[in-house]
Design a binder for this molecule. Structure first.
Ligand code: 0A1
Ligand code: ZN
Length: 877
């Protein structure tokens, strides 16, 4: 905690370090009270900053919450006047251009509640060093451009901690007195400190093997607490698929003899790509049919792949500084998205990713923390692990892929990996490799990395029947964002299709890629035999807000006919949004809510057609989320949006009860649970139908109850439970209550299932939501020290339960502020993430905005961590 305003760090101030660390040898002696870390660093002055004969620059090592016991230079102990301890760390004068520094520090991992550095989770020791956690383990040049060869000797009590892991290969082990033992690890690949990891615990593991394409056998191990050993298979299978895919698609092979994953229950993020020793949030790696939903099976596959892919995009080639974070994250998200698309339904994966981007990243880009994919300043880097850096960053790489084509893109990635292997580089290095390999000029394209905000593209058209010329007129603009008032035009790839009256593609290769580079631009299509309906931004070819003045009938037409599956879905969403947006003023005026007939007709066509792709159909049956409707509204009328969405869903439920009944019956699966794409699609369709059936009749409610009781897997059980909990019908009330109790009784010992149980209650919008959440905070199932529990209960309530969060004259805002103030003392990273819903204040009508502001101001009166200080101060500006 700091009282003074945290310092702002600027990209323009980047300077290479004064010293390099060629070798880092750690001895970590773990105890229940004070643990000891001895670090021996082989230092070498950076000759770019020093000429022989000149005085050597001081060595300034970062350190935080460390107690220094001693320091030795080339074996000689430093006297008290030979070093300085500052707020940032340890400063010493170097004796020569090369020297060895040894430090010994005491730390108390058991009291580390920030979950950054070395800490304890359920009795095991583990680490999280990205971005700047290593400085809580020892004094170091804790920056990603300092790459070092690490070895690590861990010693601990043999009974409590039989398993001792670190990066690289185990090279030796032995026993000590007093029931202690030690293991020595060595990682031959130079790496920055943020990729260091250590684990000590009473763990079991499953083991498997992977033979690389060059014939090397790699041991794969997944470590967990013994009670979870039956939940490892899916992650191991996913890992093997990811390893094969990266060889086939990117030509990347794994490089060590062993790859380990460890599951921990207390983790701030999803997972971490430490070299050879990935550490995962349990919820992102452990799964079984009885305890994990299809969504979590898919999430695990994606995250296991993501962390594995980092071995090349992040570890072998790393970031020069944290402004370059998207270099590894945007690229790796693009890689994992393509992997998931190849393993499952490509269209559905794209729809899911775009929904997230449009709902949450667009909101971020329009909020007080908006920043470019490559930010140019930050106070606290932990605040920049954002949807903009990850998801928009992935969209930027996707656009490069589209502009270059798959082959040139692969040449570009080969060049990038080959040229920069073992280096810490920049986004510019990545873009340049892509340019050189393809011959395509990306000068203007680079603005995607530099300019924040979501570009708007407005399209109109004209058709000259005499000449057969069809023209699309584009104009682009980008709203101001903090620190960036005016923007230059972006280079925007827009995939365009043209449909004839029968719904067939008119263009030769069905889709043409239009490249916008000007603020205003017209594109012509010749020899077009009739006035077409344009299908714009196919596959969401750029992260923009595109508008074209479609009629309702044209949207229904695209929804039924577009050859691009993504755009069929998008047309259905746009039509729903239209209808919902017409209902919002009806609600505000107190007139009855009316559903436009054209939507009913479109749904009728959809539900009457034979089901060719169950997964795609399901995506169309899910109405736009309230959060998305909020993102595209200004001001956000929370109750009106909710009422409109409910009215539309109820209308569809009543109107199409027989169709939903058929879908439900026809999507039943026989036999044991399988997490295959095909089965998941059928389950998701069946459960979407169930949601409508339960809205529509008491018989539907009973069906949900039956499904809950008969389910042989967590997807069906949980979806039935959620249906009952969210159902407004009176008959659902008692059933929801008894099923929630039954669910708890059955799964109370399984934290991942209890996260689901908390989240389904937190998102229930019925009256009294805040009181229910507060009651759950006092429940034995809740643990304020566990980020997953905080996210499932408080995070879900504040971000997904709009009625609950915004009701009660600001009671929800006060509640969130109270939680955040308290949490900031223990875990600043989570506090600053949890506060996000309050930072959206400018979207709301004046009275709510004022109430939200008051709570932000109240938070700001406290002594805040840099994390929370940055977010709150920027939101109040
Ligand atoms: N690099 C990881 C995510 C991660 C980032 C920061 C963390 O602690 C502050 C932890 C994990 C990834 O992209 O998966
Ligand atoms: Zn990542």
């Amino acid at each position: 905690m700091k009282d003074a305003q945290p310092r702002t760090i600027y990209l323009k101030d980047y300077r290479a370090p004064d010293y390099w660390i060629d070798r880092t040898d750690l001895k970590v002696d773990l105890h229940e009270g004070q643990s000891r870390v001895e670090a021996t660093l082989s230092l070498r002055v950076n000759e770019a900053h020093w000429t022989p004969g000149q005085p050597l620059p001081p060595l300034e090592l970062q350190g935080s919450e460390l107690v220094l016991e001693g320091a030795w230079v080339d074996g000689v102990a430093l006297g008290a006047d030979e070093y300085q301890l500052t707020e940032q760390g340890l400063v010493i004068q170097a004796p020569s251009a090369r020297f060895e520094l040894r430090t010994r520090c005491r730390i108390e991992p058991q009291n580390n509640t920030s979950l950054e550095g070395l800490y304890k989770s359920n009795g095991m020791f583990c680490t999280q060093c990205e971005a700047e956690g290593f400085r809580k383990i020892t004094y170091y040049l804790d920056r990603p451009d300092v790459m070092s060869v690490f070895s690590c000797r861990i010693s601990a009590d043999q009974i409590r901690y039989p398993v001792l892991l670190s990066n690289g290969n185990e090279i030796d082990r032995g026993v000590l007195e007093e029931g202690r033992h030690w293991v020595q690890w060595h990682d031959p690949f130079p790496k920055p400190a943020y990729l260091f990891a250590l684990v000590a615990g009473d763990l079991q593991h499953v083991s498997d093997q992977f033979v690389t394409r060059s014939g090397r056998t790699v041991t794969l191990q997944l470590y967990t607490e013994p009670r979870n050993i039956g939940k490892c298979d899916h992650a191991i299978d996913s890992l093997k698929r990811a390893m094969r895919w990266d060889e086939e698609v990117y030509g990347r092979e794994y490089d060590l003899d062993i790859f380990m994953i460890v599951a921990v229950d207390h983790f701030n993020m999803g997972a971490m790509e430490n070299k050879g020793l990935n550490i995962f949030n349990s919820s992102c790696v452990l799964a079984s049919a009885d305890t994990a939903t299809d969504a979590s099976f898919q999430r695990i596959e994606a995250i296991v792949a993501h962390e594995y892919f980092h071995n090349w995009s992040g570890n072998r080639v790393t970031c020069r500084d944290w402004f370059q974070l998207s270099l590894k994250e945007g690229f790796t998200v693009f890689r994992d998205a393509e992997f998931s698309a190849d393993m499952n339904s490509r269209a559905v994966k794209r729809i899911e990713d775009v929904s997230l981007l449009r709902t949450a990243q667009f909101a971020e880009d329009a909020g007080p923390m908006a920043h470019p994919v490559r930010p140019d300043s930050y106070m606290e880097i932990s605040n920049f692990y954002t949807l903009t850096v990850y998801e928009k960053g992935a969209e930027v790489v996707r656009m490069i892929h589209r502009l270059l084509g798959a082959e040139a893109f692969r040449r570009g990635s080969d060049l990038y990996f080959e040229r920069h292997d073992g280096q810490a580089v920049t986004v510019e290095d990545f873009v340049r490799a892509m340019e050189e390999a393809s011959g395509i000029d990306l000068t203007q394209f680079r603005r995607w990395y530099e300019q924040a905000g979501t570009p708007r593209v407005t399209v109109s058209d004209s058709y000259d029947s005499a000449s057969g010329r069809y023209s699309l007129h584009f104009s682009q603009s980008c709203p101001a964002t903090p620190g960036q008032v005016s923007k230059l035009p972006f280079h925007i790839p827009i995939a365009v299709g043209l449909l004839d009256a029968e719904g067939h593609d008119l263009l030769p290769d069905s889709t043409r890629l239009v490249e916008l580079t000007e603020a205003q631009q017209t594109v012509h299509f010749e020899a077009i035999s009739e006035r077409p309906v344009p299908s714009l931004l196919r596959g969401f070819s750029a992260p923009v807000k595109l508008s074209y003045d479609y009629s309702d009938a044209q949207l229904a037409f695209l929804m039924a006919n577009d050859s691009d599956a993504f755009n069929r879905w998008d047309a259905s969403q746009q039509l729903c949004v239209r209808v919902l947006q017409r209902m919002v003023p009806q609600y505000l005026e107190g007139t009855p809510l009316k559903v436009d007939g054209v939507l009913t007709e479109a749904f009728s066509a959809l539900l009457r057609a034979p089901v060719s792709d169950p997964a795609a159909l399901e995506t169309m049956l899910v109405l736009p989320a309230e959060a998305y409707l909020a993102e595209i509204s200004e001001p956000v009328e929370v109750e009106a949006i909710h009422a409109a969405r409910e009215a539309l869903a109820n209308h569809l439920a009543e109107r199409f009860a027989p169709e939903f009944e058929h879908l439900y019956r026809d999507s039943q699966l026989e036999g044991a649970y399988q997490p295959t794409a095909e089965h998941m699609a059928l389950r998701s369709l069946k459960n979407a139908a169930l949601g409508y059936l339960a809205r529509g009749s008491d018989a539907g409610v009973e069906l949900a109850h039956q499904q809950y009781r008969a389910a042989n897997n967590m997807t069906d059980r949980f979806r039935a439970l959620a249906t009952l909990v969210h159902c407004e019908r009176g008959s659902a009330r008692a059933l929801a209550k008894s099923c929630l109790q039954d669910f708890y009784d059955n799964f109370k010992n399984d934290p991942q299932v209890i996260e689901l149980w908390l989240s389904v209650q937190a998102s229930c919008q019925r009256d009294g939501a805040l009181e229910r959440v507060q009651a759950l905070m006092a429940h034995e199932a809740f643990d304020a020290g566990n980020p997953n529990k905080l996210r499932s209960l408080i995070g879900v309530f504040c971000s997904q339960n709009s009625i609950g969060f915004h009701s009660g004259e600001g009671a929800g805002y006060r509640f969130l502020a109270d939680q955040v103030i308290e949490l900031d003392q223990r875990n600043p990273q989570i506090a600053s993430r949890l506060v996000t819903p309050l930072t959206r204040l400018r979207k709301y009508p004046a009275a709510r905005q004022q109430q939200m502001r008051e709570q932000l101001q109240r938070i700001f009166t406290h002594s805040l961590s840099p994390d929370l200080y940055e977010v709150v101060s920027k939101s109040l500006q």
